[in-house]
Ligand binder design. Structure first.
Ligand SMILES: [Zn+2]
Length: 223
């Protein structure tokens, strides 16, 4: 899990720190993640409320190097175009199978009565890609089902996974929205996320953080 305090591990390596910024009427967990030694970081899923995200970046004193998306839903990607423009950094992810959702961002926004612009990333991501952040690394897992191009980001050293809307504390992602696929979602959870060790923290797009072990043992949707 990203550290909340302290700057180095006992071995002297720089730690990753994280701050959750709840955005949009859907209370989506936008995540600011940074390397404490260099103060360089990434923003994951800027769904909206871009001024609030920029204030959190400033408060943490972080230089953002890139913006990452888990998937193409409005509450995760609705602020991506504006934040990219404001920061002048590349936007990366999700997998290209979410292209139609990102190209329909303005239409998604109109359905919910707020504004957003269509957006495409500077780089699509795919299973096995790696994102560097200082000395740290995020591994990309393609986890379709909630959307076709959904990805998760895993940091094995600090033992956490950013899972967007695939898995939640005591629940799983919706599959009743356009392009949802219940069988694919369950395969993504069982064949990808649940292969991680029990102590890995799970940072979801909504609600509280949990662990792989807690969801393996107690999640009623995985029985
Ligand atoms: Zn979603």
């Amino acid at each position: 899990m990203p550290h909340q305090e302290g700057q180095t591990t006992p071995e002297g390596k720089s730690v990753l720190k994280g701050a959750i910024i709840p955005v949009t009427p859907f209370q989506q967990n936008c995540l600011l993640l940074w390397d404490e030694a260099t103060k360089r970081g990434v923003v994951v899923d800027p769904g909206g409320d871009v001024p609030r995200i920029r204030a959190a970046i400033e408060q943490a004193g972080v230089t953002v190097e890139r913006i990452l998306l888990t998937h193409g839903h409005i509450d995760h990607a609705g602020g991506a175009a504006d934040l990219r423009e404001a920061l002048g950094v590349p936007l990366e992810g999700p997998d290209e199978r979410d292209r139609v959702l990102l190209q329909g961002m303005a239409a998604q926004a109109r359905m919910f009565g707020f504004g957003a612009r269509d957006v495409l990333p500077d780089r699509w991501l795919k299973e096995g890609d790696q994102i560097a952040l200082g000395d740290h690394r995020l591994d990309v897992l393609h986890c379709p089902g909630h959307t076709p191009g959904h990805v998760a980001y895993v940091n094995r050293a600090a033992r956490f996974a950013i899972v967007g809307d695939v898995l939640f504390q005591g629940s799983i992602g919706r599959t009743d929205l356009p392009f949802g696929d219940p069988a694919a979602l369950l395969r993504s959870i069982t064949d990808k996320l649940l292969t991680l060790p029990d102590d890995f923290a799970v940072l979801s797009g909504h609600g509280s953080a949990t662990t792989i072990g807690a969801e393996r043992d107690e999640n009623p949707f995985l029985r």
